[in-house]
Design a protein around this ligand. Structure first.
Ligand SMILES: C[S@@+](CC[C@H](N)C(=O)[O-])C[C@H]1O[C@@H](n2cnc3c(N)ncnc32)[C@H](O)[C@@H]1O
Length: 259
């Protein structure tokens, strides 16, 4: 997925996107004094929260998006918070990390289960790998998009429409346990209360819709967005008080390597 991110648009829902990160980090049993890596750190607004949570650690944010890292740069504070432009598919740590985090990242990385296995093998004794992925690929927001794309009106390359890019919770549990890690896996469905006009369309503009629009010429992008916006309004109607409820399932996993 090569389309560039728009950090400001992504941060439009910072509060809703931050909560799963904090709930994930709260379950990490390691108290790191060495390296903590935040893979796919994005604008690093969440990464920066780790400095207070783990005051003895050095935090490294890794991301393959120049635009996201440019936004993250204002929060950099070496050696406590450093940033690195790299693809997590091939990136290797220079030292054994105490904690490896990846919040809302693996759904963008083909073959991510193998990457998790490789990086879990680099953990320091007593270290933890922790990640969160969306589990909402059967939700109307995704099904409607796949239906629109399948109708053939828009000439899209096959890549950007992803049917099931993540595993189910049991799949992650099984893989972490197979690596000899103590596994803690759970799921939550948040009921996000959104406001404003077409808030679900605005949400997906920052994520799933982005690579599709980038693959089309401006006229086609506008017509796809209009058709999708209409379908979303029907699927997620606002109530009489202007609130739109967006149910959002997320899957969490923590694997802890015994010391
Ligand atoms: C949905 S954002 C999550 C950002 C941040 N972790 C958060 O919770 O707000 C996904 C991030 O993963 C990054 N990403 C996707 N694929 C990547 C890869 N192969 N290597 C490094 N970063 C990647 C994107 O550039 C983007 O910044």
């Amino acid at each position: 997925m090569t389309a560039e991110w728009d950090p400001e648009r992504y941060l439009g829902f910072a509060e809703q996107r931050e909560r799963p990160f904090l709930e994930l980090v709260a379950r990490v049993p390691t108290d790191p004094a060495g390296l903590v890596v935040d893979l796919g750190c994005g604008p690093a607004t969440t990464t920066a929260k780790l400095l207070a949570r783990w005051p003895r650690a050095r935090v490294l944010g890794v991301d393959s998006s120049p635009a996201m890292l440019a936004r993250a740069a204002r929060l950099a504070h070496p050696p406590r918070l450093s940033l690195l432009l790299a693809d997590v598919t091939t990136w290797e740590p220079d030292e054994a990390p105490d904690v490896i985090l990846a919040n809302a990242v693996w759904q963008w990385v083909p073959g991510h289960a193998e990457v998790i296995e490789r990086l879990a093998g680099r953990l320091a004794p007593g270290g933890s790998i922790a990640f969160q992925v969306p589990g909402n690929f059967d939700a109307p927001s995704h099904v409607l998009l796949r239906t629109l794309v399948a109708d053939g009106r828009w000439a899209l390359p096959p890549g950007p429409v992803r049917e099931a890019p993540v595993l189910q919770p049991a799949g992650y549990l099984e893989r972490l346990a197979r690596l000899g890690l103590d596994a803690d896996v759970w799921e939550t469905t948040y009921l996000h209360v959104l406001r404003g006009e077409d808030p679900v369309l605005e949400w997906v503009r920052g994520t799933a819709l982005r690579p599709l629009l980038a693959a089309l010429d401006p006229d086609d992008a506008a017509s796809l967005e209009a058709a999708y916006g209409e379908a979303l309004r029907e699927a997620y109607p606002p109530d009489g008080d202007g609130r739109t409820i967006l149910p959002f399932r997320r899957i969490f996993a923590v694997g802890h390597r015994p010391a």
